[in-house]
Design a protein around this ligand. Structure first.
Ligand code: G4P
Length: 293
């Protein structure tokens, strides 16, 4: 399945981000913990070089705990600071403050040596659409923060959110573009609901998801939908799901589209459990012995 979806304004977004990045010390990059590979664009490595880097595994509440730890380890090995967060509930968000200070300690030390004291770290949030940037900024900044702008040394018109005496955050996040040239990326974004369903074949998507679940999360489908035999082919499993939920067309035939939509909705809202859909390559992932969900 090849998904073509590319917002036309990405070149403009990239240029804007190049300008904004000049003003900051730290890039806070959000990725979706369920698809940390497909929900990021490695262009940020180039754009954000020479900046401190913090990766937030957002929506970690929907991803497998075991794989959250694996991905955390993976990004740390690449030299990034990592925090697992749930921007919606706020879980983990407090830790971000501590890690920002840690990630920027060289800059803080450099400033100190030059006699510059108490200059706040400036940060910006970046990520692809729908990854949770606005939700994170709202939760992280809360209500207590004051907005500042047009200060000397700050580009005119830029709004900064003063989080505390140590940190200022650019109030508009940088939008990264997904790597749609890789069809797997488009598909995975579709599975988590980041691309509108109307442009996709829901039945095909459900079958792809069934494939991933039967391979990596054996028993999960069987447990939720009575009468499913997970050893069958994906389309047959979808038929079993339609049967178990009585998804019927007018003539009494089973309604695959309805079953697929129901299945996708239950997955996306976490009813099938906490599920990560992609995994670092074998050699990248260092799992601690005995680690399990
Ligand atoms: P964006 O700025 O990067 O485009 O993303 P935005 O904050 O708009 O978030 C996109 C969706 O993801 C929102 O759901 C938001 O509530 C949800 N979300 C963000 N962070 C988390 C998280 O850590 N965990 C979970 N479970 N969800 C998160 P929505 O469907 O657009 O709205 P709503 O259903 O929350 O009202």
């Amino acid at each position: 399945m090849n998904i073509q979806w590319y917002p036309g304004h990405m070149t403009k977004a990239k240029r804007a981000m190049q300008e904004d990045i000049k003003l900051i010390d730290l890039v806070i990059e959000l990725v979706d913990a369920r698809i940390p590979f497909s929900s990021r664009n490695p262009d940020i490595d180039e754009l954000g070089k020479n900046k401190a880097r913090l990766i937030l595994l957002n929506k970690s509440d929907l991803a497998s705990e075991k794989y959250n730890a694996v991905w955390e380890n993976y990004f740390q090995k690449k030299g990034c600071y990592v925090v697992k967060v749930n921007s919606k509930s706020g879980a983990g968000v407090k830790n971000v403050h501590t890690v920002i200070q840690e990630a920027c300690k060289e800059k803080i030390e450099r400033d100190r040596r030059r006699g510059i004291l108490n200059r706040p770290v400036r940060a910006m949030v970046v990520g692809i659409p729908n990854v949770g940037k606005s939700t994170f900024i709202n939760t992280f900044a809360g209500k207590a923060c004051t907005k500042t702008g047009n200060k000397p040394g700050v580009t005119k018109g830029k709004q900064w959110i003063r989080l505390n005496k140590n940190v200022e955050l650019l109030d508009t996040p940088g939008i990264l573009w997904p790597k749609f040239e890789d069809p797997t990326v488009g598909l995975r974004l579709a599975l988590i609901g980041s691309i509108r369903d109307e442009i996709l074949n829901i039945t095909e998507m459900a079958c792809e998801l069934i494939g991933i679940l039967t391979e990596h999360y054996s028993g999960v489908i069987k447990e939720r939908y009575e009468g499913v035999d997970e050893t069958k082919k994906a389309a047959e499993i979808l038929y079993d799901i339609a049967k178990s939920r009585a998804c019927l067309l007018k003539g009494g035939e089973y309604d695959f589209d309805k079953a697929a939509a129901l299945f996708m909705e239950e997955f996306r809202s976490g009813k099938l459990g906490r599920i990560t859909l992609e995994f670092p390559k074998e050699e990248d992932s260092v799992q601690k012995k005995g680690e399990s969900d």
